[in-house]
Design a protein around this ligand. Structure first.
Ligand SMILES: NC(=O)c1ccc[n+]([C@@H]2O[C@H](COP(=O)([O-])OP(=O)(O)OC[C@H]3O[C@@H](n4cnc5c(N)ncnc54)[C@H](O)[C@@H]3O)[C@@H](O)[C@H]2O)c1
Length: 275
């Protein structure tokens, strides 16, 4: 049986996440939104694209949370994005209610799911989702680190003309203007950034990384970034799925999805059995 990822909020980041996931054939996908018909139309459009790129996953859209039942991963992207001049914290009150409802509805139908939260202000929303779902901290992930690190990698690669594959950057801390780009731990093919870049260029890259989301909000004027955030979510959701296939960590529920029994082969051993 394929894994299943449900995305709550079929706006720019939600639908682009579905696109990246489908293209990587990571899981069957469900798109949920409050706008009537819209998630159904986007899902159908994406499903109709898959024969062109030769990918076999199911993409379903709905306004009804029942469609999310038995998801392995629930991604929450529902909520308002920033407008120019707004901070992420300005979205707190409106988005808290949206994330609360999305969490309550999805945990009901997918009690074992991993939650990946994107809605801003991210760190608070991830904490809220953990409390509302009543699950252990490792079951709720706020998506920020992959995105913030990817932005820094992009800026270093643009500065040096180096392949992104050789550029490794690490950004820690909250998803806001006070995030901490680690300049000494970040490197190009193993050489620390502060040995490659002049101090003023490195400082400029650190500042641009911290303000990376705002830079795009200022240019778009009617929404926030979505390609890079969605790529980061699809990477995160994919990691959760492959980790749940690989590992049964002590204290966590056993993986629920088993490989289908093939004719003529003995059935798969029970979850958690030594192999
Ligand atoms: N953490 C990050 O790195 C990051 C990056 C980009 C965007 N974001 C945040 O993600 C959120 C979504 O951004 P976007 O660009 O996709 O916005 P968007 O406006 O394009 O999409 C949001 C969608 O949520 C839907 N929605 C609203 N209330 C809902 C509800 N109760 N249930 C289901 N769906 C509902 C809307 O109808 C809309 O389609 C924003 O809060 C934004 O700030 C976070």
């Amino acid at each position: 049986m394929k894994s299943k990822v449900s995305i709550i909020g079929a706006g720019m980041t939600g639908s682009t996440t579905a696109h990246w996931l489908a293209e990587k054939e990571i899981a069957d996908i469900v798109l949920i939104d409050v706008v009537e018909g819209m998630p159904v139309g986007k899902a159908l459009d994406l499903q109709e694209a898959l024969p062109v790129v030769g990918k076999d996953v199911s993409v379903v859209g709905s306004n009804d949370y029942q469609a999310t039942a038995n998801s392995d991963v629930v991604v929450i992207t529902a909520g308002l994005p920033r407008k120019p001049g707004m901070s992420r914290d300005d979205l707190l009150n409106t988005n808290a209610e949206i994330v609360r409802k999305a969490t309550q509805e999805t945990i009901k139908y997918s009690p074992d799911a991993i939650f990946v939260i994107l809605t801003n202000p991210l760190d608070v929303m991830a904490y809220l989702a953990m409390k509302v779902a009543g699950v252990a901290p490792h079951r709720v992930v706020g998506q920020a680190g992959i995105l913030d690190s990817a932005r820094m990698r992009a800026f270093v690669s643009m500065e040096l003309g180096a392949s992104v594959e050789n550029v490794h950057c690490y950004v820690l801390g909250g998803h806001g203007d006070d995030m901490v780009p680690l300049t000494r731990a970040s490197n190009v093919a193993g050489v620390p950034l502060d040995e490659i870049l002049p101090a003023d260029r490195l400082a400029a890259i650190v500042q641009r990384t911290r303000k990376g989301g705002g830079e795009i909000v200022g240019l778009l004027k009617t929404g926030s970034a979505y390609y890079a955030p969605a790529a980061a979510i699809s990477r995160r959701a994919g990691s959760s799925i492959s980790a749940s296939r690989r590992a049964h960590l002590p204290g966590t529920p056993p993986p629920r999805r088993r490989a289908p029994a093939l004719a003529g082969l003995p059935p798969a051993p029970p979850a958690g059995a030594a192999r």
